[in-house]
Ligand binder design. Structure first.
Ligand code: FAD
Ligand code: NAD
Ligand code: ISD
Length: 429
Protein backbone atom coordinates (compact mmCIF):
# COMPACT_ATOMS: atom_id res chain seq x y z
CA UNK A 1 0.00 0.00 0.00
CA UNK A 2 1.24 3.49 -0.83
CA UNK A 3 0.51 6.81 0.79
CA UNK A 4 -2.95 8.33 1.09
CA UNK A 5 -3.93 12.03 1.26
CA UNK A 6 -7.06 14.09 1.58
CA UNK A 7 -5.97 16.22 -1.39
CA UNK A 8 -3.38 15.49 -4.06
CA UNK A 9 -2.25 18.16 -6.51
CA UNK A 10 -0.96 16.44 -9.62
CA UNK A 11 1.66 18.69 -11.24
CA UNK A 12 4.18 21.04 -9.69
CA UNK A 13 3.95 24.13 -11.86
CA UNK A 14 2.51 27.57 -11.40
CA UNK A 15 -1.10 26.61 -10.71
CA UNK A 16 0.05 23.93 -8.28
CA UNK A 17 2.13 26.43 -6.29
CA UNK A 18 -0.82 28.84 -6.02
CA UNK A 19 -3.20 26.04 -5.02
CA UNK A 20 -0.83 24.94 -2.23
CA UNK A 21 -0.49 28.53 -1.05
CA UNK A 22 -4.28 28.96 -0.98
CA UNK A 23 -4.66 25.82 1.17
CA UNK A 24 -2.09 27.21 3.61
CA UNK A 25 -3.90 30.57 3.78
CA UNK A 26 -7.08 28.75 4.88
CA UNK A 27 -5.31 26.47 7.37
CA UNK A 28 -4.13 23.00 6.61
CA UNK A 29 -3.58 19.91 8.74
CA UNK A 30 -0.09 18.44 8.31
CA UNK A 31 -0.26 15.38 6.04
CA UNK A 32 -3.52 16.40 4.35
CA UNK A 33 -1.96 17.68 1.15
CA UNK A 34 0.46 16.11 -1.33
CA UNK A 35 1.99 17.76 -4.42
CA UNK A 36 3.45 15.44 -7.06
CA UNK A 37 5.71 16.87 -9.74
CA UNK A 38 7.94 15.34 -12.36
CA UNK A 39 10.13 18.43 -12.07
CA UNK A 40 13.08 18.39 -9.66
CA UNK A 41 12.24 21.73 -8.07
CA UNK A 42 9.34 23.19 -6.09
CA UNK A 43 6.65 25.10 -8.07
CA UNK A 44 7.85 28.28 -9.72
CA UNK A 45 6.67 31.21 -11.81
CA UNK A 46 7.00 29.73 -15.32
CA UNK A 47 6.89 33.17 -17.07
CA UNK A 48 10.33 33.95 -15.66
CA UNK A 49 11.86 31.26 -17.91
CA UNK A 50 11.53 33.29 -21.11
CA UNK A 51 12.34 36.61 -19.47
CA UNK A 52 14.57 37.01 -16.38
CA UNK A 53 16.08 33.54 -16.71
CA UNK A 54 17.48 34.27 -20.18
CA UNK A 55 18.98 37.69 -19.42
CA UNK A 56 22.64 38.11 -20.32
CA UNK A 57 23.27 40.15 -17.17
CA UNK A 58 22.12 39.19 -13.68
CA UNK A 59 19.74 36.46 -14.82
CA UNK A 60 16.98 35.32 -12.46
CA UNK A 61 17.68 32.00 -10.76
CA UNK A 62 15.80 29.85 -8.29
CA UNK A 63 14.97 30.13 -5.45
CA UNK A 64 14.15 33.76 -6.35
CA UNK A 65 11.10 32.94 -8.52
CA UNK A 66 9.30 30.09 -6.82
CA UNK A 67 5.59 30.72 -6.46
CA UNK A 68 4.14 33.05 -5.25
CA UNK A 69 6.50 35.96 -6.06
CA UNK A 70 4.44 36.72 -9.15
CA UNK A 71 1.78 38.36 -6.97
CA UNK A 72 4.25 40.05 -4.64
CA UNK A 73 4.29 37.30 -2.00
CA UNK A 74 7.16 35.21 -0.66
CA UNK A 75 9.06 32.68 -2.77
CA UNK A 76 8.14 29.18 -1.54
CA UNK A 77 11.06 26.76 -1.96
CA UNK A 78 10.80 23.05 -1.04
CA UNK A 79 11.52 23.91 2.60
CA UNK A 80 8.31 25.98 2.80
CA UNK A 81 6.22 22.95 1.77
CA UNK A 82 7.97 20.87 4.43
CA UNK A 83 7.35 23.53 7.10
CA UNK A 84 3.65 23.68 6.17
CA UNK A 85 3.27 19.89 6.44
CA UNK A 86 2.78 19.46 2.67
CA UNK A 87 4.24 16.30 1.14
CA UNK A 88 6.17 17.55 -1.88
CA UNK A 89 7.04 14.60 -4.10
CA UNK A 90 9.53 15.86 -6.68
CA UNK A 91 11.16 14.16 -9.67
CA UNK A 92 8.18 11.80 -9.84
CA UNK A 93 6.09 11.25 -12.93
CA UNK A 94 2.56 9.92 -12.56
CA UNK A 95 2.08 7.29 -15.26
CA UNK A 96 -1.48 6.17 -14.56
CA UNK A 97 -4.56 7.66 -12.97
CA UNK A 98 -7.66 5.79 -11.92
CA UNK A 99 -10.41 8.25 -11.06
CA UNK A 100 -12.85 5.49 -10.04
CA UNK A 101 -10.44 4.04 -7.45
CA UNK A 102 -9.02 7.52 -6.70
CA UNK A 103 -5.45 6.39 -7.18
CA UNK A 104 -2.36 7.55 -9.03
CA UNK A 105 0.50 5.27 -10.00
CA UNK A 106 3.96 6.83 -10.11
CA UNK A 107 6.84 5.83 -12.40
CA UNK A 108 8.57 4.58 -9.23
CA UNK A 109 5.72 2.08 -8.78
CA UNK A 110 4.02 3.75 -5.80
CA UNK A 111 0.23 3.97 -5.68
CA UNK A 112 -0.88 7.25 -4.11
CA UNK A 113 -4.53 7.57 -3.05
CA UNK A 114 -6.59 10.73 -2.71
CA UNK A 115 -10.03 11.85 -1.66
CA UNK A 116 -9.79 14.92 -3.89
CA UNK A 117 -7.51 15.34 -6.89
CA UNK A 118 -6.49 18.68 -8.39
CA UNK A 119 -5.13 18.16 -11.88
CA UNK A 120 -2.51 20.83 -12.62
CA UNK A 121 -0.48 19.04 -15.27
CA UNK A 122 -0.15 22.04 -17.61
CA UNK A 123 1.00 21.35 -21.11
CA UNK A 124 3.78 19.96 -23.23
CA UNK A 125 5.44 21.68 -26.16
CA UNK A 126 4.62 20.64 -29.69
CA UNK A 127 7.73 19.23 -31.32
CA UNK A 128 8.85 19.62 -34.92
CA UNK A 129 9.14 15.84 -35.39
CA UNK A 130 5.35 15.74 -34.97
CA UNK A 131 5.24 17.67 -38.27
CA UNK A 132 7.66 15.27 -39.93
CA UNK A 133 10.66 17.63 -39.92
CA UNK A 134 13.80 15.53 -40.21
CA UNK A 135 16.81 16.36 -38.00
CA UNK A 136 14.53 17.97 -35.43
CA UNK A 137 16.11 16.00 -32.58
CA UNK A 138 19.52 17.64 -33.15
CA UNK A 139 21.33 18.83 -30.02
CA UNK A 140 21.08 22.54 -30.74
CA UNK A 141 17.32 22.54 -31.40
CA UNK A 142 15.87 23.99 -28.21
CA UNK A 143 12.34 24.11 -26.79
CA UNK A 144 11.18 25.99 -23.71
CA UNK A 145 8.66 24.76 -21.17
CA UNK A 146 10.42 23.97 -17.92
CA UNK A 147 13.52 24.82 -15.95
CA UNK A 148 15.45 21.93 -17.51
CA UNK A 149 14.74 23.33 -20.99
CA UNK A 150 15.65 26.84 -19.83
CA UNK A 151 18.98 25.69 -18.40
CA UNK A 152 19.71 23.80 -21.62
CA UNK A 153 18.85 26.90 -23.64
CA UNK A 154 21.12 29.12 -21.52
CA UNK A 155 24.05 26.73 -22.11
CA UNK A 156 23.28 26.47 -25.84
CA UNK A 157 23.13 30.29 -26.09
CA UNK A 158 26.50 30.59 -24.34
CA UNK A 159 28.08 28.09 -26.76
CA UNK A 160 26.54 29.86 -29.75
CA UNK A 161 27.66 33.30 -28.57
CA UNK A 162 31.23 32.08 -27.92
CA UNK A 163 31.62 30.96 -31.50
CA UNK A 164 29.91 34.07 -32.89
CA UNK A 165 27.00 31.96 -34.14
CA UNK A 166 23.50 32.80 -35.36
CA UNK A 167 20.04 31.81 -34.19
CA UNK A 168 16.86 30.86 -36.01
CA UNK A 169 13.60 31.09 -34.07
CA UNK A 170 10.74 28.96 -35.38
CA UNK A 171 7.30 30.31 -34.43
CA UNK A 172 5.93 33.83 -34.16
CA UNK A 173 3.95 33.41 -30.94
CA UNK A 174 4.83 34.20 -27.34
CA UNK A 175 7.87 31.93 -27.09
CA UNK A 176 9.18 33.07 -30.46
CA UNK A 177 8.89 36.78 -29.65
CA UNK A 178 10.25 36.54 -26.09
CA UNK A 179 13.10 34.17 -27.00
CA UNK A 180 14.11 36.25 -30.04
CA UNK A 181 14.45 39.26 -27.72
CA UNK A 182 16.47 37.16 -25.24
CA UNK A 183 18.79 35.82 -27.94
CA UNK A 184 19.38 39.36 -29.19
CA UNK A 185 20.11 40.43 -25.62
CA UNK A 186 22.73 37.69 -25.53
CA UNK A 187 24.35 39.22 -28.63
CA UNK A 188 23.22 36.47 -30.99
CA UNK A 189 21.88 37.55 -34.41
CA UNK A 190 18.33 36.24 -34.89
CA UNK A 191 16.08 35.32 -37.82
CA UNK A 192 12.45 34.53 -37.02
CA UNK A 193 10.49 32.13 -39.24
CA UNK A 194 6.74 31.64 -38.98
CA UNK A 195 3.88 30.66 -41.27
CA UNK A 196 1.58 33.63 -40.71
CA UNK A 197 1.74 37.10 -42.28
CA UNK A 198 2.49 38.75 -38.96
CA UNK A 199 3.64 37.92 -35.44
CA UNK A 200 1.41 36.94 -32.49
CA UNK A 201 -1.57 36.20 -34.74
CA UNK A 202 -3.62 34.69 -31.92
CA UNK A 203 -3.93 38.14 -30.37
CA UNK A 204 -2.41 40.95 -32.43
CA UNK A 205 -3.99 42.72 -35.35
CA UNK A 206 -1.68 43.42 -38.33
CA UNK A 207 -1.35 47.04 -37.11
CA UNK A 208 -0.26 46.02 -33.61
CA UNK A 209 2.12 43.40 -34.99
CA UNK A 210 3.74 45.92 -37.33
CA UNK A 211 4.90 48.01 -34.37
CA UNK A 212 6.68 45.09 -32.68
CA UNK A 213 8.11 43.76 -35.95
CA UNK A 214 9.48 47.22 -36.83
CA UNK A 215 10.99 47.49 -33.36
CA UNK A 216 12.64 44.06 -33.73
CA UNK A 217 13.88 44.87 -37.24
CA UNK A 218 15.47 48.10 -35.98
CA UNK A 219 17.38 45.89 -33.50
CA UNK A 220 18.58 43.80 -36.45
CA UNK A 221 16.22 40.85 -36.01
CA UNK A 222 15.13 39.49 -39.38
CA UNK A 223 11.73 38.06 -40.29
CA UNK A 224 10.87 35.32 -42.75
CA UNK A 225 7.10 35.50 -42.59
CA UNK A 226 4.61 33.28 -44.40
CA UNK A 227 7.26 30.58 -44.45
CA UNK A 228 7.74 27.21 -42.79
CA UNK A 229 10.64 24.97 -42.15
CA UNK A 230 11.08 21.92 -44.33
CA UNK A 231 14.31 20.37 -42.97
CA UNK A 232 17.55 20.92 -41.11
CA UNK A 233 21.09 20.54 -42.34
CA UNK A 234 23.17 18.86 -39.65
CA UNK A 235 26.88 18.19 -39.19
CA UNK A 236 28.53 14.94 -38.10
CA UNK A 237 28.20 15.88 -34.40
CA UNK A 238 24.39 15.94 -34.71
CA UNK A 239 24.13 19.72 -34.68
CA UNK A 240 22.03 21.84 -36.97
CA UNK A 241 24.11 24.08 -39.23
CA UNK A 242 21.29 25.46 -41.38
CA UNK A 243 17.54 25.64 -41.67
CA UNK A 244 15.92 24.91 -45.03
CA UNK A 245 12.56 26.55 -45.64
CA UNK A 246 9.66 25.29 -47.77
CA UNK A 247 10.44 27.91 -50.42
CA UNK A 248 13.90 26.30 -50.79
CA UNK A 249 15.85 29.09 -49.10
CA UNK A 250 18.57 28.30 -46.55
CA UNK A 251 19.44 30.14 -43.32
CA UNK A 252 22.66 29.46 -41.40
CA UNK A 253 21.90 28.43 -37.82
CA UNK A 254 24.06 27.57 -34.82
CA UNK A 255 21.08 27.43 -32.48
CA UNK A 256 17.38 26.91 -33.23
CA UNK A 257 14.68 27.86 -30.74
CA UNK A 258 11.24 26.41 -31.42
CA UNK A 259 7.94 27.74 -30.07
CA UNK A 260 5.12 26.30 -32.15
CA UNK A 261 2.47 25.88 -29.50
CA UNK A 262 1.49 23.39 -26.82
CA UNK A 263 -0.86 20.52 -26.04
CA UNK A 264 -2.44 20.19 -22.58
CA UNK A 265 -1.32 17.14 -20.57
CA UNK A 266 -4.61 15.27 -20.40
CA UNK A 267 -3.48 11.81 -21.56
CA UNK A 268 -3.78 10.29 -18.07
CA UNK A 269 -7.50 11.11 -18.04
CA UNK A 270 -8.56 10.23 -21.58
CA UNK A 271 -11.57 7.90 -21.46
CA UNK A 272 -12.10 8.71 -17.76
CA UNK A 273 -13.02 12.40 -17.64
CA UNK A 274 -14.99 14.52 -20.06
CA UNK A 275 -12.65 16.55 -22.25
CA UNK A 276 -13.48 19.56 -24.41
CA UNK A 277 -11.31 21.92 -26.47
CA UNK A 278 -8.28 19.83 -25.51
CA UNK A 279 -8.76 20.25 -21.77
CA UNK A 280 -10.59 18.69 -18.83
CA UNK A 281 -14.11 20.11 -18.82
CA UNK A 282 -14.90 21.70 -15.46
CA UNK A 283 -17.77 23.68 -13.96
CA UNK A 284 -17.59 27.11 -12.34
CA UNK A 285 -15.95 25.56 -9.27
CA UNK A 286 -13.15 24.10 -11.46
CA UNK A 287 -14.62 20.68 -10.70
CA UNK A 288 -14.69 18.04 -13.43
CA UNK A 289 -18.18 17.82 -14.91
CA UNK A 290 -17.82 14.03 -15.02
CA UNK A 291 -16.21 13.27 -11.63
CA UNK A 292 -16.90 15.32 -8.50
CA UNK A 293 -13.64 14.23 -6.80
CA UNK A 294 -11.49 15.78 -9.53
CA UNK A 295 -10.71 19.46 -10.10
CA UNK A 296 -8.63 20.87 -12.96
CA UNK A 297 -6.80 24.21 -13.02
CA UNK A 298 -4.48 26.23 -15.24
CA UNK A 299 -3.62 25.29 -18.82
CA UNK A 300 -5.35 21.92 -18.56
CA UNK A 301 -8.84 23.16 -17.64
CA UNK A 302 -11.66 23.97 -20.06
CA UNK A 303 -13.95 26.14 -17.99
CA UNK A 304 -17.15 28.17 -18.37
CA UNK A 305 -16.72 31.87 -19.09
CA UNK A 306 -20.04 33.50 -18.10
CA UNK A 307 -18.94 36.82 -19.66
CA UNK A 308 -18.79 35.22 -23.10
CA UNK A 309 -21.39 32.44 -22.65
CA UNK A 310 -18.70 30.05 -23.72
CA UNK A 311 -16.31 27.41 -22.40
CA UNK A 312 -12.62 28.00 -23.04
CA UNK A 313 -9.14 26.85 -22.17
CA UNK A 314 -6.54 29.54 -21.50
CA UNK A 315 -2.74 29.22 -21.48
CA UNK A 316 -1.75 32.18 -19.32
CA UNK A 317 -0.40 32.64 -15.85
CA UNK A 318 -3.02 34.95 -14.36
CA UNK A 319 -5.68 32.32 -15.05
CA UNK A 320 -3.38 29.57 -13.68
CA UNK A 321 -3.03 31.50 -10.42
CA UNK A 322 -6.70 32.50 -10.08
CA UNK A 323 -8.22 29.18 -11.17
CA UNK A 324 -5.98 27.37 -8.67
CA UNK A 325 -7.07 29.61 -5.81
CA UNK A 326 -10.69 29.28 -6.93
CA UNK A 327 -10.60 25.47 -6.95
CA UNK A 328 -9.17 25.41 -3.43
CA UNK A 329 -11.83 27.82 -2.14
CA UNK A 330 -14.53 25.66 -3.76
CA UNK A 331 -13.05 22.51 -2.19
CA UNK A 332 -13.00 24.15 1.23
CA UNK A 333 -16.22 26.18 1.08
CA UNK A 334 -18.36 24.45 -1.54
CA UNK A 335 -21.37 26.41 -2.79
CA UNK A 336 -20.53 29.43 -0.64
CA UNK A 337 -18.00 30.22 -3.35
CA UNK A 338 -19.32 31.95 -6.50
CA UNK A 339 -18.63 30.45 -9.89
CA UNK A 340 -15.31 31.39 -11.52
CA UNK A 341 -15.98 34.46 -13.64
CA UNK A 342 -12.67 35.15 -15.27
CA UNK A 343 -11.67 38.21 -17.28
CA UNK A 344 -8.83 37.16 -19.62
CA UNK A 345 -5.56 38.98 -18.93
CA UNK A 346 -2.47 38.45 -21.06
CA UNK A 347 0.81 40.38 -21.08
CA UNK A 348 4.35 40.29 -22.34
CA UNK A 349 7.61 42.13 -21.79
CA UNK A 350 10.36 42.25 -24.41
CA UNK A 351 13.33 44.63 -24.56
CA UNK A 352 12.01 47.79 -22.90
CA UNK A 353 8.51 47.19 -24.25
CA UNK A 354 5.60 46.00 -22.18
CA UNK A 355 1.96 45.43 -23.11
CA UNK A 356 -1.19 44.18 -21.44
CA UNK A 357 -4.45 42.91 -22.88
CA UNK A 358 -7.80 42.38 -21.18
CA UNK A 359 -10.97 40.76 -22.45
CA UNK A 360 -11.76 39.22 -25.79
CA UNK A 361 -10.18 40.02 -29.17
CA UNK A 362 -13.26 39.51 -31.31
CA UNK A 363 -15.16 41.89 -33.60
CA UNK A 364 -13.80 45.08 -35.13
CA UNK A 365 -10.50 46.43 -33.84
CA UNK A 366 -9.71 50.12 -33.47
CA UNK A 367 -6.14 51.30 -33.13
CA UNK A 368 -5.51 54.40 -30.99
CA UNK A 369 -2.59 56.40 -29.65
CA UNK A 370 0.81 57.06 -31.15
CA UNK A 371 3.06 54.25 -32.34
CA UNK A 372 5.88 56.72 -33.00
CA UNK A 373 6.17 57.62 -29.31
CA UNK A 374 5.44 54.02 -28.30
CA UNK A 375 2.20 54.67 -26.44
CA UNK A 376 -0.63 53.08 -28.34
CA UNK A 377 -3.36 50.54 -27.98
CA UNK A 378 -6.39 48.90 -29.51
CA UNK A 379 -9.99 48.23 -28.61
CA UNK A 380 -12.12 45.42 -29.94
CA UNK A 381 -15.82 46.17 -30.47
CA UNK A 382 -18.30 43.34 -30.85
CA UNK A 383 -22.09 43.66 -31.18
CA UNK A 384 -21.85 47.36 -30.32
CA UNK A 385 -19.85 46.86 -27.10
CA UNK A 386 -16.20 47.25 -26.23
CA UNK A 387 -15.03 43.72 -25.41
CA UNK A 388 -11.23 43.82 -25.52
CA UNK A 389 -8.49 46.34 -24.78
CA UNK A 390 -4.74 46.31 -25.51
CA UNK A 391 -2.15 48.87 -24.44
CA UNK A 392 1.60 49.21 -24.94
CA UNK A 393 3.58 51.29 -22.48
CA UNK A 394 0.72 51.99 -20.07
CA UNK A 395 0.78 52.99 -16.41
CA UNK A 396 -0.74 51.00 -13.56
CA UNK A 397 -3.78 53.29 -13.54
CA UNK A 398 -4.24 52.99 -17.30
CA UNK A 399 -4.01 49.19 -17.26
CA UNK A 400 -6.55 49.08 -14.43
CA UNK A 401 -8.88 51.24 -16.55
CA UNK A 402 -8.47 48.82 -19.45
CA UNK A 403 -9.38 45.90 -17.21
CA UNK A 404 -12.44 47.72 -15.90
CA UNK A 405 -13.61 48.60 -19.40
CA UNK A 406 -13.12 45.04 -20.66
CA UNK A 407 -15.05 43.73 -17.66
CA UNK A 408 -17.94 46.21 -17.98
CA UNK A 409 -18.14 46.11 -21.77
CA UNK A 410 -19.60 49.59 -22.31
CA UNK A 411 -21.68 50.34 -25.40
CA UNK A 412 -19.85 52.01 -28.26
CA UNK A 413 -22.07 54.24 -30.37
CA UNK A 414 -19.49 55.54 -32.80
CA UNK A 415 -16.30 53.67 -33.65
CA UNK A 416 -14.63 56.73 -35.17
CA UNK A 417 -15.24 58.62 -31.89
CA UNK A 418 -13.75 55.69 -29.98
CA UNK A 419 -10.61 55.94 -32.10
CA UNK A 420 -10.36 59.69 -31.36
CA UNK A 421 -10.98 59.25 -27.64
CA UNK A 422 -8.57 56.32 -27.37
CA UNK A 423 -7.36 55.68 -23.85
CA UNK A 424 -9.62 58.45 -22.48
CA UNK A 425 -12.61 56.27 -23.35
CA UNK A 426 -11.37 53.51 -21.03
CA UNK A 427 -10.35 56.01 -18.33
CA UNK A 428 -13.92 57.31 -18.07
CA UNK A 429 -15.70 53.94 -17.86
P1 FAD B 1 2.59 24.34 -15.64
O1 FAD B 1 3.10 25.56 -15.01
O2 FAD B 1 3.17 23.91 -16.96
O3 FAD B 1 2.77 23.13 -14.62
C1 FAD B 1 2.47 21.79 -14.94
C2 FAD B 1 3.28 20.91 -14.04
O4 FAD B 1 2.80 19.58 -14.07
C3 FAD B 1 4.75 20.84 -14.41
O5 FAD B 1 5.53 20.91 -13.25
C4 FAD B 1 4.86 19.46 -15.06
O6 FAD B 1 6.16 18.93 -15.02
C5 FAD B 1 3.90 18.68 -14.18
N1 FAD B 1 3.41 17.44 -14.76
C6 FAD B 1 2.78 17.26 -15.93
N2 FAD B 1 2.45 15.97 -16.10
C7 FAD B 1 2.87 15.31 -15.00
C8 FAD B 1 2.84 13.95 -14.59
N3 FAD B 1 2.26 13.01 -15.34
N4 FAD B 1 3.39 13.61 -13.39
C9 FAD B 1 3.97 14.56 -12.61
N5 FAD B 1 4.03 15.87 -12.96
C10 FAD B 1 3.48 16.23 -14.12
N6 FAD B 1 1.77 33.32 -19.29
C11 FAD B 1 1.53 34.63 -19.08
O7 FAD B 1 0.39 35.02 -18.85
N7 FAD B 1 2.54 35.54 -19.13
C12 FAD B 1 3.82 35.19 -19.41
O8 FAD B 1 4.70 36.04 -19.47
C13 FAD B 1 4.10 33.82 -19.64
N8 FAD B 1 5.34 33.42 -19.91
C14 FAD B 1 5.59 32.09 -20.14
C15 FAD B 1 6.89 31.69 -20.44
C16 FAD B 1 7.17 30.37 -20.70
C17 FAD B 1 8.58 29.96 -21.02
C18 FAD B 1 6.13 29.41 -20.69
C19 FAD B 1 6.43 27.97 -20.99
C20 FAD B 1 4.84 29.79 -20.37
C21 FAD B 1 4.56 31.14 -20.10
N9 FAD B 1 3.27 31.57 -19.79
C22 FAD B 1 3.02 32.89 -19.56
C23 FAD B 1 2.18 30.61 -19.63
C24 FAD B 1 2.06 30.20 -18.16
O9 FAD B 1 3.32 29.98 -17.61
C25 FAD B 1 1.20 28.96 -18.05
O10 FAD B 1 -0.09 29.31 -18.48
C26 FAD B 1 1.17 28.44 -16.63
O11 FAD B 1 2.45 28.01 -16.23
C27 FAD B 1 0.18 27.29 -16.52
O12 FAD B 1 0.27 26.76 -15.23
P2 FAD B 1 -0.05 25.22 -14.99
O13 FAD B 1 0.26 24.96 -13.56
O14 FAD B 1 -1.36 24.90 -15.55
O15 FAD B 1 1.03 24.43 -15.87
P1 NAD C 1 1.76 30.20 -29.43
O1 NAD C 1 0.50 29.49 -29.62
O2 NAD C 1 1.78 31.53 -28.77
O3 NAD C 1 2.45 30.43 -30.84
C1 NAD C 1 2.68 29.37 -31.72
C2 NAD C 1 3.22 29.91 -33.01
O4 NAD C 1 3.88 28.86 -33.68
C3 NAD C 1 2.19 30.41 -34.02
O5 NAD C 1 1.90 31.75 -33.85
C4 NAD C 1 2.89 30.17 -35.33
O6 NAD C 1 3.63 31.33 -35.66
C5 NAD C 1 3.87 29.09 -35.05
N1 NAD C 1 3.62 27.79 -35.68
C6 NAD C 1 2.58 26.96 -35.47
N2 NAD C 1 2.77 25.83 -36.16
C7 NAD C 1 3.95 25.95 -36.80
C8 NAD C 1 4.70 25.11 -37.66
N3 NAD C 1 4.28 23.90 -38.01
N4 NAD C 1 5.90 25.56 -38.09
C9 NAD C 1 6.35 26.77 -37.73
N5 NAD C 1 5.69 27.60 -36.93
C10 NAD C 1 4.50 27.19 -36.47
O7 NAD C 1 2.72 29.17 -28.69
P2 NAD C 1 4.20 29.34 -28.12
O8 NAD C 1 4.77 30.63 -28.55
O9 NAD C 1 4.90 28.09 -28.48
O10 NAD C 1 3.97 29.39 -26.56
C11 NAD C 1 3.77 28.19 -25.83
C12 NAD C 1 2.89 28.43 -24.63
O11 NAD C 1 3.56 29.26 -23.72
C13 NAD C 1 1.57 29.08 -24.94
O12 NAD C 1 0.62 28.49 -24.11
C14 NAD C 1 1.78 30.51 -24.51
O13 NAD C 1 0.57 31.12 -24.09
C15 NAD C 1 2.75 30.35 -23.37
N6 NAD C 1 3.59 31.55 -23.22
C16 NAD C 1 2.97 32.70 -22.86
C17 NAD C 1 3.73 33.84 -22.73
C18 NAD C 1 3.02 35.12 -22.34
O14 NAD C 1 1.83 35.06 -22.08
N7 NAD C 1 3.73 36.26 -22.29
C19 NAD C 1 5.10 33.82 -22.92
C20 NAD C 1 5.70 32.61 -23.29
C21 NAD C 1 4.92 31.48 -23.44
O1 ISD D 1 6.73 37.66 -16.01
C1 ISD D 1 6.85 37.18 -14.91
C2 ISD D 1 5.78 36.87 -14.06
O2 ISD D 1 4.50 37.07 -14.26
C3 ISD D 1 6.28 36.27 -13.00
O3 ISD D 1 5.60 35.80 -12.00
O4 ISD D 1 8.04 36.80 -14.32
C4 ISD D 1 7.71 36.13 -13.10
C5 ISD D 1 8.35 36.65 -11.85
O5 ISD D 1 7.94 37.95 -11.60
C6 ISD D 1 9.87 36.58 -11.97
O6 ISD D 1 10.46 36.83 -10.79
Amino acid sequence: MGRSFRVVILGGGTASGYAASEFVKHGLNPGDLCVISQEMVAPYERPALSKGYLLAKEPARLPAFHTCVGVGEQSHPAKWFQEKGIELVLGTRVTQANVRDKTLLTAAGETISYSILIVATGARVLKLDEFGVTGADAKNVCYLRDIKDATYLVDAMAECREKGGKAVVIGGGYIGMECAAALHGNRIPVTMVFPEDYCMPRLFTPEIARYYEDYYMKKGIQFRKGNVLSSFECDESDKVTAVILKDGSRIDADIVVVGIGIRPNVDLFEGQLMLEKGGIKVNGKMQSVSNASVYAVGDVATFPMPMYSDVRRLEHVDHARKSAAHAVQAILMGNKVDNYDYLPYFYSRVFTLSWQFYGDNVGDSVLFGDQIVGKFGAFWVHNGRLVGAFLEGGSKVEYAALAKAARERPHVKDISMLKKQGLDFALTV
